[in-house]
Design a protein around this ligand. Structure first.
Ligand code: GCU
Length: 605
């Protein structure tokens, strides 16, 4: 009997956990209410708020006790024992990683609970309400008014839950967050970046009509630049309402009829101004249904490869890039706001870039929206980084889910031209199979963009011969690789003798090269961590790499110094990776100007 009961409970639990709904896209332009601001929090390294002392999970109990932190309970009277009180707990800013907000949390990896009380009145009784998170790093469980909405794994992609039928006059949302690194995780336990934990991006209530347009893909037909192609889908699979899609600026208005909640779209759009770095033209696109009108700002362009060339709107383009971590060096925390995006992308623009590699995980929406406005092409990637557990099906499912969520979110971003599958992953049959499957998922989800992955260099026979031979190169459109000749491999003079073999008739992109330098530390060009060493390496690397016939771009490592627990050299690193062209106080190093000069010269070609 007990077995049947627990089986039924498990099915019930699965049902409750699956309350997570498909991402609503274009959240920024919906009817929203922010839950950003001060939340209560409880540090819970022993997960006392989730398990009883026999380690039985409260969230799997039929009637969770008041001791469960998500119950947000109070003692009935002075005699009752309860060992937490949300109302007297400390507060923390959301969005924002916890590490940079409190000294005692700087290195904390574990569980922290958050709670926010809010009132919400729907503007229309028949409307729906969703609770949307821009991202939570790394694993979270979300509860509303004591009921479990669901769970989410993955630190850099959005997710949401419908809460329409759970709203009360006053509401209590409680979020369990755990940022422990896991061997089977994506990323795994070893990375070269700071494991910032917490609700790191915006939290938003979205109100929608009962039936609404949940998703759409409105982009240029890559085979015919006078045709806009895609689809529009409703939240209900039986919706059959009309959807009017218009671009007022070019006098375009088309109507489609949903069938089973979906309709393809394909209409002629003559005299469009194509989006490009020189002309980042965004059109107001209006999506009107009998119940609402959604507005979006969308650019239209084509991006293709032709042999070794990358063609933007049919024209040759060289990607003058830079790699960027999602970190504001001044605040020393996860970048998350419009202001953070303006800081980072402003530096990239000043450097002479037309391209940014947003490493090593999906960045926040502010970065993507601003890149579209500023005219910066974007490489977006999932954190399939280094020694991922290639044989673990759950690890693959996690990576696939993160890639699908990234593509789902960014598929109308004209600036996004490349999806990247992996970074510096050790070659093996299991890894090739894992990444081949991911490449197929990406092509199925979005056949309009280019695929790449940051591969590694393999040494040839002679000490200065470097070859890229990686099966992964067959699955992607652009052959990208990271190389650290002169930093991790010999000294910069080795670059002057380097010979490169990249045996693919595809564009070649150098996704990383670089050297560490402490801003303001000056010595001769053989002294490690001097600005002179970094500058000399940049000069020699640019001279060496421009010998590669199919070279079509680069994104040196990295725009600005960033926090990493792997960098312990006192006085010089002090927990910072110093490969930035800009120091963590914003000072530009000598190498910054070398790359800037190269890019300014490339821009005139
Ligand atoms: C690797 C890796 C980066 C890392 C860099 C470095 O290429 O991709 O994430 O920070 O090298 O060692 O600085």
């Amino acid at each position: 009997m007990k077995l049947i009961y627990s089986l039924a409970l498990l099915i019930l639990l699965q049902a409750s956990v699956s309350a997570q709904t498909q991402q609503i896209i274009n959240v920024e332009n919906r009817q929203t209410t922010t839950l950003n601001g001060q939340w209560k929090f409880l540090i819970d390294p022993y997960e006392n708020g989730l398990y009883n002392y026999r380690l039985q999970p409260f969230d799997e109990m039929e009637n969770p006790p008041k001791a469960a932190f998500f119950s947000d309970a109070k003692p009935d009277d002075k005699t009752e024992l309860l060992e937490y009180d949300w109302d007297t707990s400390p507060t923390i800013s959301v969005p924002g990683d916890w590490n940079h907000q409190f000294d005692n949390l700087e290195w904390y990896e574990g569980t922290i609970w958050y709670r926010k009380k809010f009132e919400y009145k729907k503007s229309e009784e028949s409307n729906r309400v969703f609770l949307h998170f821009g991202a939570i790093n790394y694993y979270s469980k979300v509860f509303l008014n004591g009921k479990k909405l669901g769970e989410h794994t993955g630190g850099f992609t959005p997710f949401q839950f419908e809460i329409t039928d759970l709203l009360e006059d006053e509401n209590s949302v409680v979020v369990y967050v755990n940022n422990n690194r896991k061997p089977e995780g994506v990323p795994t336990v070893n990375t070269d970046w700071y494991n910032y934990g917490g609700i790191t991006r915006d939290v938003t209530l979205i109100e929608t009509p009962n039936e609404f347009v949940e998703d759409y893909f409105i982009q240029l037909d890559q085979e015919n630049p006078e045709v806009i192609k895609g689809y529009v889908t409703a939240n209900e699979s039986n919706s059959d309402f009309e959807v009017e899609i218009s671009i007022p600026e070019i006098g375009l208005t088309e109507t489609v009829q949903l069938v089973n909640g979906r309709s393809d779209i394909e209409f002629t759009a003559k005299n469009l101004e194509y989006w490009s770095p020189d002309n980042p033209k965004l059109y107001e696109v209006r999506i009107k249904t009998p119940f609402e009108t959604i507005i979006d700002q969308i650019g239209f362009r084509t991006i293709k490869t032709d042999g070794a060339n990358i063609l933007l709107n049919g024209e040759f383009v060289f990607l003058r890039g830079i790699s960027i971590h999602e970190e504001n060096p001044y605040r020393v925390g996860r970048a998350r706001s419009q202001g953070d995006a303006e800081l980072l992308l402003g530096w990239a623009k000043e450097l002479g870039c037309n391209f940014v590699r947003l490493a090593h995980y999906p960045h926040n929406q502010h970065m993507i929206r601003l890149a579209n406005e500023m005219g910066l092409m974007v490489w977006e990637e999932v954190p399939v980084y280094w020694t991922i557990h290639w044989e673990n099906p759950e690890t693959y499912a996690n990576a696939e889910k993160q890639l699908e969520a990234l593509i789902h979110r960014s598929k109308n971003s004209a600036a996004t031209i490349i999806w990247s599958l992996a970074n510096e992953t050790p070659v093996s049959d299991a890894r090739n199979e894992f990444l081949y499957r991911l490449s197929e998922v990406a092509r199925e989800a979005d056949p309009t963009r280019l695929l790449s992955a940051a591969m590694e260099v393999h040494s040839g026979d002679s000490p200065s011969e470097y070859i890229i031979e990686d099966k992964l190169a067959e699955y992607v459109d652009i052959v990208s690789f990271n190389e650290y000749i002169g930093w991790y491999v010999g000294l910069p003079e080795r670059l002057t003798r380097s010979k490169w073999t990249v045996p693919y008739d595809k564009p070649v992109f150098i996704s990383e090269f670089g050297a560490g330098a402490k801003a303001g530390f000056h010595a001769d060009s053989l002294t490690r961590f001097s600005e002179e060493y970094q500058a000399d390496l940049y000069t020699k690397t640019i001279d060496a790499l421009t010998q590669i016939e199919n070279l079509r771009g680069m994104s040196p490592w990295i725009l600005v110094d960033f926090r990493s627990p792997r960098r312990q050299l006192s006085v010089i690193q002090d927990g910072w990776n110093r490969k930035g062209l800009i120091g963590n106080d914003g000072e530009k190093k000598m190498a910054y100007y070398i790359l800037q000069a190269f890019y300014n010269q490339k821009a005139t070609q």
